[in-house]
Design a protein. Structure first.
Length: 182
């Protein structure tokens, strides 16, 4: 199946895992955590549909493999761009660029990629500045809910992970009719 969207990137904490359930070691690496309800269905469904997936996250490298590995979905992500391993943090465009480059997305096609995240300053502003389609997961009570500037205004807002499927369907429909994804 051919898609207009070339890649879907996800933040980790409070986007895939529930940070409120994290058990961490002294280095603040999550040893285990629960996934946000719906994530264990969402990620396999996106892969079943043929989407290329990446994690783009600020934080310790080990948290991703510990948590996503324990829940059996780590291998569904082709790329993990993690700030601790790369030495750059969102919203720096280089961390998004790393993920997209490793997924083989040409720079002139960045507008056909999606970034899903929970933090307006890191995820939404970073994606918007990069030219990606921003999807704000407004799920966790731990994060600021009001954009501080225009870059922090999400193009799409969802409250539960599985709502992303309808956003993806809507975006695919817009692209197929010649509209832009935003």
């Amino acid at each position: 199946m051919s898609h207009h969207l070339l890649a879907i990137c996800f933040d980790f904490g409070d986007t895939l895992d529930d940070q409120g359930t994290e058990i961490k070691d002294q280095a603040l690496t999550a040893l285990r955590a629960e996934l946000i309800p719906g994530v264990s269905d969402l990620i396999p469904e996106l892969r079943r549909r043929g989407y290329r997936l990446a994690v783009v996250s600020n934080g310790p490298v080990g948290s991703i493999s510990n948590v996503l590995g324990a829940h059996g979905i780590l291998d569904l992500f082709e790329v993990c761009a993690i700030s601790q391993g790369l030495g750059i943090e969102k919203p720096d465009p280089r961390i998004f660029g790393y993920a997209l480059d490793h997924l083989g997305v040409p720079r002139d096609q960045v507008g056909r990629t999606v970034m899903v995240g929970n933090e307006l300053a890191a995820d939404v502003a970073g994606a918007n500045a990069m030219g990606m389609i921003s999807v704000w997961l407004d799920w966790a009570p731990r994060h600021r809910k009001t954009p501080a500037n225009g870059l922090e205004i999400p193009q799409h807002r969802i409250r539960q992970p599985l709502e992303l499927l309808s956003v993806i369907d809507e975006l695919e429909g817009r692209f197929s009719t010649g509209g832009s994804g935003a």
